[in-house]
Write a new protein. Sequence first.
Length: 264
Amino acid sequence: MPPEVVTEETSEESTENFEYTKNFLSKVIFAIDTPSFQENFDVYEYRKKIKDRFPIIQEQKNPLVSLHIGEDKKVDSKFDEKSSWMFFSKDKTKIVSLNDSRIAVEFLRYSNFDEFFLDVSFLLDKLFEMIPNFFTMRVGLRYINEIKFQDKPGVLNWRDCIVDSLTKSLDFIDSRDQSLLKMVSRLEIKSDNYKMTFQFGIPNSVYPNEAIRKEFTLDYDVYNEESSEKEEILGQLRSFHDIIKKSFEESIKDKLRKEMGARV
């Protein structure tokens, strides 16, 4: 992922931020969960407000089944549909998904945080114009790094790119006459102002076959579960981004920085 601050420090012990010319991000997602949008929320009016940046709209119908057991123990079923909406940029690399309890902004091609922040701020501005008393139950930011080297050997050898504490488990395989199918670890971390789910390891895109491709995932999801208003939401977006930047820098070594075109 590409932090924005250039420093002159390049040692592996440093957790300062670097500027990169490339990244391995497959997705960046900002999501807000809310008790419910107002019943009279007009999706098409919202579309008008955002169509310059997100001109493509797609409705999805999700089936709902409810069961009721009467006094005679007869089970009655009721079928219904629940709509969700997706708005796309022209090139479909930016996606806004919306239903009655969640709005999410997803970048499939991420350049920098400033661009991402401006789009999120724009979308929230238009949302708050329609729902002034909007509030949240959960605010979260997720960066998924899928590090893939097509032309490099050593499927299990990540010691030069990823810090030892995240790859130590691979020593167990190296010492045995066995093949790796998958190694993904999950940490759930709590701080005063946020929680983070951190998943890392070798996901193996050809699972359940033996891992034969050199690939490693660093997946950071930072969130809180408190009620927040508009300015607080944008402040949390910045804060969560800084937390993930720091965590990413603490997860990698200089060889990977070089692969990403670190500029100092």
